[in-house]
Structure formats: C-alpha cells, structure tokens
Design a protein around this ligand. Structure first.
Ligand code: ZN
Length: 288
C-alpha cells in the first residue's frame, strides 16, 4: 500500500514537472517569434529631426547642374586645390598631362580611391589631362579653343571642382582599357561619364569619353542603373519626387524638394543623410 502511495506521489511529481517544463517551453518558443512580429513603439518611429534649408543651398552640393543657363555658383571661399606635379608621391596608377594640373582636395581623394581600385584590376595607365580650372583659366581655354571645344567661363564643371578629364597613356579613352574600366566601374566611386555618346541631345555637349563628374553615391548608381545623364536624373527626381535604391544591403531614399525661401525637411531620427542643391530651384535629400 505504501509502495503504491509512493508511486502515485512520484507520478504526480513527474507529471507536475513535465507540465511546468512544457509551459516553459511554450513560453520560450513563443517569446522570440512574437517579439519579432512587434512593431517598434510609435513614439520611436515618430521622432523626427528637422532640417532647415535656405535658398542658397540650392547652389551648393554635389548634384549641381552646370551648363548653359546654369552657371557655376559663386562660392564664399576659394576652392582648396593640390598641384599634382608638386606632389609626385600621389601619382600612383596615373600620370598627369602637364605641371599645372590641380585637383580640389576632396576630388583628388575620390579619384585616387577609384584609381586604387582600378589598379587591383590591373588598370594603371590613367592620365589626368585637366582638373580644376578657375574662371581665368576657363576664359583662357575658351579664347583659345572656342565654343566648340570649351564652355564659356562660368559654365564649366571644371570650375565647380566636381569634374576632371581622365585619359589613358595607352591611347584614346573610347578604346583604351582605362576608358572601358571607368565606364563600367566609375559609378561605384560616385563618378559618372558626364557626356556619353547617346545623350548629346540631352546634354547639349558632344561625346567626351574623358570627362568624369562626381555626383556621389547612391546617385551615380541610380543613374548607371537607369541609364540617365544628370539632366535626366534631376528632371525625373523633380517629376516623381523620389527615388530609391539598395546598395550592399543599405537602402537609400532620395527625395526632391523645391526651395522657395526657407524649407523645412524632416529626417528620421538617427538616419544618415546628405543634402545637395540642383542649382536650379530645389534640393535633393538622401537618407539611409
Ligand atoms: Zn572636362
């Protein structure tokens, strides 16, 4: 009799323990999955930071449209440049056409990053044929070469510090492997072939296989993906209001905002962003 009692108690204890364990298992199983389905609290996502954009910012940034009707904006400070001939240690993977070539510090950094990547692919014969040009230098070039070959002073991307001419020591860019490499990969480094052969009617400029313009990521990627030149990209942004692209697992959202006087933009709390004017009438906000 006592044995039976003990067995019953034992069975009851086992039963209770099993029940508790099952309950625990249920809780631990349910826990993570139900939590994963939860939306973050509204207060977290609703927190926004405000960006005040003034009219002058329409004429600042990396997406400026420069060309006929859209002059290079006057800047408050002189562009800080580096003379490449005086800094021979920088000439790694590329040469220079003459001793006067200067590049703005930021553009130089971006260019050498790109050239460094090309070097890993065995492409090492780039030749910088023209870099930053002040208004006086552009005027000189225009006087010498005429409107067929140069933009009038005040209207060249070279004066903005965002463009440079890249050739090849091995021949013409349109057939040299340096040119082919840039056409395929320059977008990864924020550069675009500014005057491609099939867009001369849009740009109003003949094919220039050497002229590369910095617009930055993700814009260079979107333009490359959709086959757009800067004129088309900016017009599309203005018309559609926005664009987006995913690059290496990061989702970039691009939006266009007209700026009359002062415009207030909201940016998600904690998001990274860049802002650039279009040099026409608005700004482009990029968040990720
Ligand atoms: Zn050029």
């Amino acid at each position: 009799m006592r044995k039976i009692q003990l067995l019953l108690i034992f069975a009851a204890v086992i039963g209770c323990a099993a029940y508790v364990m099952m309950q625990r298992e249920t809780i631990t199983d349910d826990g993570p999955s139900s939590q994963a389905e939860l939306q973050p609290p509204q207060a977290e996502t609703a927190k926004l930071s405000e960006l005040v954009v003034e009219r002058r910012q329409v004429h600042r940034g990396e997406l400026l449209l420069i060309g006929p009707g859209h002059p290079v904006p006057e800047v408050d400070q002189a562009v800080e440049t580096v003379n490449l001939y005086a800094n021979q240690q920088l000439l790694d993977g590329f040469g220079i056409m003459d001793s006067d070539i200067e590049l703005p510090t930021e553009l130089l950094e971006r260019f050498t990053t790109m050239v460094g990547a090309a070097k890993l692919d065995g492409i090492t014969n780039f030749l910088v044929t023209s870099g930053y040009r002040g208004k006086a230098l552009q005027a000189e070039l225009y006087a010498t070469n005429g409107p067929e070959y140069a933009h009038p002073p005040g209207f060249s991307e070279h004066e903005s510090g965002l463009a440079l001419d890249i050739g090849s020591k091995q021949g013409k860019m349109e057939s040299a492997e340096e040119g082919r490499w840039l056409e395929q990969h320059a977008w990864r480094y924020g550069f675009i072939l500014r005057y491609p052969p099939d867009k001369t009617e849009v740009t109003g400029v003949p094919y220039e296989p050497w002229h590369y313009r910095y617009v930055g990521l993700p814009h260079s990627a979107i333009m490359k993906q959709q086959g757009l030149v800067l004129e088309e990209y900016l017009a599309q942004l203005q018309e559609q209001g926005r664009a987006e692209i995913e690059l290496d697992g990061t989702r970039y959202e691009v939006s266009y905002h007209p700026v009359e006087d002062v415009t207030r933009l909201t940016i998600p709390e904690g998001a990274s962003y860049t802002l650039s004017g279009d040099n026409v009438g608005g700004v482009i906000l990029t968040t990720w």
